[in-house]
Design a protein around this ligand. Sequence first.
Ligand code: HEC
Length: 128
Amino acid sequence: MSQKISLTRHIIATGLLFFLAVAFISCEKYAYDPPKIDLTTPVSFKNEVFPIFNSNCKGCHSGGVLDFSSLTSTWSSINKTKYIVAGNPESSLIYTKLTSGSHESRCPVDDRNKIYSWITQGALNDNE
Ligand code: HEC
């Protein structure tokens, strides 16, 4: 009788371990899924990127080193290797800043992905 109980316990424990392992593996998979960003549709600085900065960032970044108050001030403040390495968003502070710390919540993920695509596509200024 007691052997039967321990067998049942054993089966339950094994099942629980299996369940946890599956849950863990699926979380890992989810965490390392690369972001699905559309890199092929051209992103416009003037019509798409500037409005993101102007509406989400101008409140705090206006008139200083980063000035998102106008199209031309936005371009002149971010058009520096410190902020943009054309073709390489992972090395561009203007993008990486938005993926960590206090700035993670400053702009919606879709907008952040647009900035990623725009930098990947060469960070071109279609206003000039
Ligand atoms: C609520 C205020 C606030 C908002 C909104 C805000 N920022 Fe900032 N940002 C700061 C402060 C304060 C710092 C300096 C401290 C730090 O680096 O976190 C900063 C720093 C930065 C830096 C680093 C500057 C440097 O030269 O090291 C970048 C890049 C930046 N912000 C981009 C943005 C962008 C892009 C947005 C909009 C999506 C934005 N910020 C929105 C307050 C803000």
